[in-house]
Design a protein around this ligand. Structure first.
Ligand SMILES: [Zn+2]
Length: 87
């Protein structure tokens, strides 16, 4: 059964076998964005999704989406831990 999906980058509506948030045209954009996040996390390992999004000027929802997909190892729900100061 095909699902109707909306691309988070270009807003295009498309169908896919399983739910996806990125159309084929934007796969490259997604990959680039993901590697930028990875690089950012190497520099600032304790960043939360909001900080990453601000640092890279991308949507926090895109960062959260990578977390939801299990591609990023930072945890959800750390939004309030902005500059906690403890480690
Ligand atoms: Zn797209």
């Amino acid at each position: 059964m095909n699902k109707t999906c909306v691309c988070r980058y270009c807003g295009k509506v498309f169908t896919a076998w399983h739910e996806r948030s990125c159309c084929n045209d934007c796969l490259k954009t997604e990959e680039e964005e993901f590697s930028r996040i990875e690089n950012y996390l190497k520099r600032y390992p304790n960043s939360n999704a909001i900080q990453i999004a601000e640092g890279l000027e991308i949507s926090p929802f895109n960062v959260v989406r990578f977390i939801d997909e299990g591609r990023l190892s930072i945890r959800k729900g750390e939004f309030k831990e902005i500059k906690g100061g403890k480690k």
